[in-house]
Design a protein around this ligand. Structure first.
Ligand code: FUB
Length: 342
């Protein structure tokens, strides 16, 4: 008789490629994974994707999430715990819907969960909720952060102890509607269609001592090319779209982000938290699925990229978080990761 193999065939993408990594969890869909090391463990703060039956559009209405779940693991590759609901949109007084990509921070015994969502007028704002536990439950502040807008908060705490929020996203994230300083509902659903002008910039603001407000008005994060000139709006392979994430390594500040409609994760390097940041390269080639959104964290002495794809669903709005090791060249540049095996 022929010997039968008991090993399962390796999962493949619809076009036959083998995935570099497997989903961290399979019981729920989670995306936009913001990873942090708290008390020697890895905690991941993702979006919790659900199927609301809404068709895909440029504004991302299909991303109809309404609560957050936290994941944790003792070490990379270890078992992953899915914690109970950390907070639901019904418990965020100012929010109406679309609890998109969150981030978290810790200071003086309190954990902070930063959450973008549409307010009751349909405008994206960023709010904060607090807990004494890294996994929640979190209690939301009554109002969003004053002066906040758009999506995808990433809160970075520098070695000085100061924290900074990076944020913004174009298209569904509405950043293009704020280009004149106040919300313009007629500014369009995508970008400003000004390909020869500087691209829309992500924003950065230092956080107040209590981590609940901006300590200063948000400023532009400048991403410049080799000649020190701002990247242009038409430079879709390199310009900022959404998913800001900051980390510091060997004294350099790495501003990382998604290029959105060209589906890359990219990075730019600066000498301080405000930039300017010099565009340096891509981090991750396009994954399966439209969005790409990540975080980068050091655990002991190795660095890890958390990202997502649509391996389990093959639907843009039902994503699974994954992780893989990120490595650097001796000059500090990042080695490009292919989400598929050769
Ligand atoms: O998950 C909803 C949105 O999709 C995020 O806010 C974006 O970064 C993109 O991943």
């Amino acid at each position: 008789a022929l010997a039968q193999s008991t090993t399962k065939p390796e999962p493949r993408s619809p076009d036959g490629k083998r995935y570099l990594a497997q989903p961290l969890v399979t019981k729920i869909y989670v995306a936009d994974p913001s990873a942090h090391v708290f008390n020697g463990k890895i905690y991941v703060y993702p979006s919790h994707d659900v199927d609301a039956g809404i068709p895909d559009d440029d504004l991302g209405n299909q991303y109809a999430m309404h609560d957050y779940r936290v994941l944790s693991m003792d070490r990379p590759g270890g078992p992953v715990t899915i914690h109970p609901v950390a907070i639901d949109v019904k418990q965020i007084p100012w929010a109406s819907k679309q609890t998109w990509a969150p981030d978290a921070a810790y200071k003086n015994g309190t954990y902070y969960l930063y959450m973008p969502a549409r307010d009751k007028q349909g405008v994206f704002r960023i709010g904060v909720a607090t807990s004494k536990s890294p996994t929640g439950p979190f209690k939301a502040e009554a109002q969003p952060i004053r002066g906040s807008y758009s999506i995808d908060p990433a809160v970075f705490t520098d070695t000085t102890g100061e924290s900074y929020m990076y944020f913004g996203g174009i298209w569904g994230g509405q950043l293009q509607r704020w280009s004149k300083g106040s919300f313009d509902p007629n500014a369009g659903d995508t970008d400003l269609k000004q390909d020869d002008r500087p691209a829309l910039s992500p924003k950065v603001a230092r956080m107040s001592a209590d981590m609940k407000q901006f300590a200063e008005p948000p400023r532009d994060v400048q991403i410049v090319d080799e000649a020190g000139k701002p990247l242009l709006g038409g430079d879709h392979d390199r310009r900022f779209f959404e998913a800001a994430w900051m980390f510091k390594r060997a004294g350099k500040y790495y501003f990382t982000y998604s290029t959105g409609d060209t589906h890359f994760l990219a990075y730019a390097i600066g000498d301080n938290p405000y930039g300017p940041f010099r565009y340096t390269g891509h981090i991750l080639s396009p994954v399966q699925g439209w969005t790409s959104h990540h975080s980068i964290v050091q655990f002991q002495n190795r660095w890890w990229l958390f990202y997502h794809d649509t391996q389990l669903s093959n639907k843009n709005h039902l994503r699974s978080a994954k992780m893989t090791e990120l490595t650097f060249n001796p000059d500090g540049t990042i080695r490009l990761i292919d989400p598929f095996k050769k």
